[in-house]
Write a protein of this length. Sequence first.
Length: 161
Amino acid sequence: MRRKLLSLLIIICAVLTSAVVHRFITRMDGDGTAQASLGAMGAPFGEARNASRKGLAKDISLHPEKMLTVRGQDIKSILREPELIRHESPTTIWQYRTDACVLDVYFAGETDALLLPVAHYEIRARAKGVSDEDVAVSCVRELSRKSGRPRMVDVSKLYKN
């Protein structure tokens, strides 16, 4: 009985491991087709991803309207995890904030927002008397810089006084 359970456990682990490796090697496009990732093609995975991320971040920080040409996975690779995710079926809204501005990125569809193209974005100034247009470029630039920095944990906030 123990041998059968152990054999079953080994088979389950092997299947799960192969599924994880397959997911790492391929990524799914929105149309359901699998595309080989850079790691599967032999290119230095981390270097190519960083170069691509930096180029895309620069393009979007100079021209925020280029956000309309990318998918959720691209936005997440540049700006990291949104501070707020709101689901209003069939729309998903990711919100990013700085002291100077708020960026809302809208995705329309029922599937995972990572696979969807950006449907709309909105940049708002947080300070009174500053127009949204004046803060648009600096907002995206600051958000992309902010996401690239390592985040430190304030240990004092982990303990009660």
